[in-house]
Design a protein around this ligand. Structure first.
Ligand SMILES: Nc1ncnc2c1ncn2[C@@H]1O[C@H](COP(=O)(O)OP(=O)(O)OP(=O)(O)O)[C@@H](O)[C@H]1O
Ligand SMILES: [Mg+2]
Length: 144
């Protein structure tokens, strides 16, 4: 499934669509090269969910926590700066990943072995000034 986000005006609609498609998926992997628009799209998702906290890339903190309008928790990760999966293991990621809370994960490629089996992949491509999102569900009982 492919969704257009050619410019900012597409973001709210695209975020709504992804929320609909995601169903009960709680692990969302944001893939795409540097500057593809991963953080920008997490902001759009959080805006749709009524997050009033400031959403920014957890580049240094690795993990941000937000609250939605309905009082639900969102965890936002950015593993770009992680040196090794061993370093990530010390963060106790399972506590977050299996909490049932929505987990938005940038640079999941850095921790391939720590990602749960069941996830929604949001691959953002930025080609010829156009951005598109490619969505795929992975794992058992992926809820297609
Ligand atoms: N859909 C979009 N429409 C227009 N501009 C965008 C869009 N998405 C991102 N941008 C712009 O592209 C730049 C990079 O976006 P962003 O920080 O979201 O990328 P990223 O994939 O998170 O990068 P990184 O790999 O560094 O984390 C920002 O200046 C942002 O405003
Ligand atoms: Mg980012």
């Amino acid at each position: 499934m492919t969704i257009d986000i050619s410019d900012e005006s597409y973001l709210p609609t695209a975020a709504k669509e992804v929320l609909n498609i995601a169903g009960d998926q709680r692990i969302w992997l944001f893939e795409g090269e540097m500057g593809a628009g991963k953080t920008t799209f997490t902001k759009a998702i959080c805006a749709e969910l009524g997050v009033v906290d400031e959403v920014s890339s957890p580049t240094f903190s690795l993990i941000n926590e937000y609250e939605t309008a309905r009082g639900e928790t969102i965890f936002h990760f950015d593993f770009f700066r992680i040196e090794s999966e061993m370093e990530a293991e010390n963060l106790g990621l399972d506590e977050y990943f299996y909490s049932g809370d929505l987990c938005l994960i940038e640079w999941p490629e850095k921790i391939p072995h720590l990602i749960p089996d069941r996830y929604l992949k949001i691959n953002i491509k930025f080609i010829a000034e156009k951005r598109t999102i490619h969505l795929t569900k992975h794992g058992p009982d992926k809820g297609d």
